[in-house]
Design a protein around this ligand. Structure first.
Ligand SMILES: [Zn+2]
Ligand SMILES: [Zn+2]
Ligand SMILES: [Zn+2]
Length: 276
């Protein structure tokens, strides 16, 4: 399995839209991996995760044939993960799909995000965009991937979930956005006897220790790694990657990678690709 991070920032992007804080000024000055767009990832070039406003830039920059993508998982309805109105640009007259053979784009998520997608597209692109609701702890077959949403410790009004994605003998945990994982997740994961090959952990709080609920910082990510290993859900071959960063976490890429990579964590950046 291969994951490509298309966007690695929280809501405001980094530098943040209207911000002049130290972290934003430094990121702008240093450029490169320190500049982050809003959250999105793609698995094996075909299973999209989240759909922020920056999707437009992501597909240009990474030459993604968005007309051919037929499945998109949504973690929750916050705008750095879902810009539902954008799906309307797939409608007739706005998108000339290759000979009419392009697939329907199906968007998956819990009740809140799928309702938003349905509301945004039912009047403009009902034949080209579909929304399918997933249930927590129920595994769905999506393009041959086994996809299981679990509880997230994040805004319940946003229909927040984190995803287990299994394919070809590999298992990925995509944990955005969330704080310390709820107990229900530990029960489910251990009962299933899962072993993760790749774990992507919310690190919105950067190096600040107080981030444990709603989001995590590096201390909470260390705790999650230790607990996953202690429960037999991960081992020394598991790749752990920190992702979803905010200027409120303070440490730009250069700083957080210097602090965390010696301890065995990867630190995401826009365009980063990992095969496992
Ligand atoms: Zn977010
Ligand atoms: Zn800032
Ligand atoms: Zn969020």
């Amino acid at each position: 399995m291969k994951i490509k991070y298309l966007g690695t920032a929280a809501a405001e992007g980094w530098p943040a839209l209207f911000c002049t804080c130290r972290a934003c000024r430094l990121a702008a000055e240093k450029g490169g991996r320190n500049v982050r767009t809003r959250s999105q990832a793609i698995i094996d070039g075909r299973l999209l995760i989240d759909f922020p406003a920056d999707t437009y830039w992501h597909f240009i920059k990474n030459s993604i044939p968005l007309d051919r993508i037929s499945s998109c998982l949504i973690t929750h309805s916050h705008e750095d993960h879902l810009y539902a109105e954008e799906f309307c640009n797939r409608r007739t007259g706005f998108a000339y799909l290759d000979g009419g053979s392009a697939p329907v784009l199906t968007v998956y998520g819990t009740e809140k995000p799928t309702k938003l997608v349905s509301a945004a597209t039912s009047g403009c692109a009902p034949d080209r965009v579909a929304a399918v609701q997933l249930e927590r702890f129920a595994t769905a077959d999506i393009e041959g991937y086994k996809v299981t949403p679990m509880d997230a410790d994040h805004d319940p009004n946003a229909g927040s979930v984190i995803y287990i994605i299994e394919h070809g003998g590999k298992t990925l945990l995509y944990a955005h956005d969330t704080g310390i994982f709820p107990e229900s997740d530990w029960t489910y994961m251990t009962e299933r006897g899962l072993r993760f090959d790749f774990v992507s952990l919310d690190c919105t709080g950067g190096l600040y220790a107080q981030y444990e609920h709603g989001h995590m910082g590096t201390d909470a990510c260390e705790k999650m790694r230790a607990k996953l290993i202690a429960n037999g859900l991960a081992d020394e071959r598991t790749v752990f990657c920190l992702n979803h960063f905010s200027h409120n976490g303070g440490a730009i890429y250069d700083e957080i990678s210097a602090a965390m990579e010696p301890g065995g964590f990867l630190v995401s950046y826009d365009g980063m690709e990992v095969e496992f």
